[in-house]
Design a protein around this ligand. Structure first.
Ligand code: PLP
Length: 412
């Protein structure tokens, strides 16, 4: 790095700041154009009767509408009668699963999770809101490195075999947040079959991006719920999913799937909490999506809007940072995020510089428990919300920040 290069990087950054941008790459939200694709849900006449002739305006139906569960059963790899359709947020269900397990006794447990100090394994980088739920309830978090095949299973197996206080692991098995990783068949198999010291160990299988392919290849993963049951651990798996990034992020439908014993346990808790979900919203989803093929067709339309944005990010990062040795980034085949890796010790500085230039990024470290990325090098890019012109400006600005921080570090 020459003095000239540092000088040039500073000048570029000053010019960026002078543009007075106001751009946001923080949260993985669907764009208005994506939401518009589901507007058919708002245009349905006042239907209110289910296939079985039930008046859905009334109380009841805690399990959710069977015809909607049937549409999502294959995608989430859960038999229809073991899949529940609930409210609008799967995060809410994950939160509740933790609370129910803390305060109730999960099948296979001798005591409530609240009765002792417990730990969750957290593959990193991961989803900040998973970690926030643990933090909220005082659950200790143990990071586990991600590999291109999913969490490092040597580490997972060693930890869960040794410590009965390790009660769970967070997993986003397809197009993970934020790396876009797809768990290999071997990883899923090892998760299903591993020996755990805790008899009440649970895999929180957050399949949020089960159908969110960006290419024509519909990536499939092994069926964890079936494999676990086959290998003598029927109650090990809690499956979560939702239509938040399929229909409306604020008015979708969330799903919970598990073994018959876990479903009975779950309903024993939720029946105290509610007399039933919003079944009219569930019916709107059924009318709009129709069947599994309708879901597939809708996802292709969404992919046509999202794919160009991922391509823009890749194109600009390649043009501006390729070959500099200052960054590497993921090119996922689905999901909502791109992970940008900068040299160790640089991520916070890059995010701060970007903020200074009016480009909001998810805080560096958010992808790690307690907000602590020990290498300080992971930055999550969420490209779905901005339209391509703003996205181009934001990514190009981000590249300017990476170059400046890189130059300053080398000069130091
Ligand atoms: N799980 C993952 C991995 C996510 O990335 C997100 C949103 O970004 C959610 C869950 C939130 O899902 P929901 O809208 O169903 O609460």
């Amino acid at each position: 790095m020459t003095v000239d290069e540092l000088h040039r990087a500073r000048q570029e950054y000053d010019a960026l700041v002078a543009r007075g941008l106001k751009l946001d790459l923080t949260r993985g939200k669907p764009s208005p154009r994506q939401l518009d694709l589901a507007n058919g849900m708002l245009e349905q006449p006042g239907e209110h009767v289910s296939a079985a002739g039930v008046d859905l305006r009334n109380y009841g139906g805690l399990e959710g509408l069977p015809e909607l569960r049937a549409i999502f059963a294959d995608a989430l790899q859960v038999p229809v009668d073991q899949l529940l359709a609930a409210g609008n947020s799967s995060l809410e269900l994950m939160h509740d699963a933790i609370v129910f397990a803390l305060l109730g006794v999960v099948p296979g447990a001798e005591r409530r999770w609240a009765d002792s100090e417990i730990t969750f394994l957290c593959p990193v980088p991961g989803y900040d809101r998973h970690f926030a739920v643990c933090e909220r309830f005082g659950i200790k978090m143990a990071p586990v490195p991600m590999t291109p095949d999913g969490p490092d299973m040597d580490v997972v197996e060693r930890l869960v075999a040794a410590d009965p206080q390790i009660k769970g692991i967070w997993c986003v098995p397809k197009y993970s947040n934020p790396d876009g990783t797809v768990y290999s068949d071997e990883t899923v198999h090892r998760l299903a079959t591993m020996e755990t010291a805790a008899p009440d160990f649970r895999i929180f299988w957050d399949n949020a991006y089960a159908v969110h392919h960006l290419t024509d290849t519909e990536t499939a993963i092994a069926d964890l719920l079936a494999l676990a049951a086959e290998h003598g651990h029927p109650d090990r798996v809690f499956v979560f999913g939702s239509s938040s990034k399929i229909t409306f992020a604020g008015s979708g439908v969330a799903f919970f799937g598990s073994s018959p014993a876990n479903i009975a346990w779950w309903l024993s808790h939720t029946s105290k909490r509610s007399i039933g979900p919003d079944k009219l919203n569930q019916l709107r989803h059924v009318r709009f999506l129709r069947d599994a093929d309708g879901l597939r067709t809708h996802m292709r339309k969404l992919a046509d809007l999202i794919r160009p944005k991922f391509e823009v990010v890749d194109k600009i990062l390649t043009a501006e940072l390729g070959g500099t040795g200052l960054a590497s980034w993921t090119s996922p085949a689905g999901g909502y995020f791109i992970t940008l890796r900068v040299p160790p010790g640089c991520a916070r500085a890059v995010v701060a510089k970007a903020r200074g230039a009016g480009i909001a990024l998810t805080p560096a470290g958010a992808s790690h428990p307690y907000g602590d990325d020990p290498d300080d090098r992971t930055i999550r890019i969420a490209p779905t919300y901005p339209e391509p012109p703003e996205l181009e400006a934001a990514i190009s600005g981000l590249a300017t920040c990476v170059r400046l921080v890189g130059a300053e570090k080398q000069a130091a």
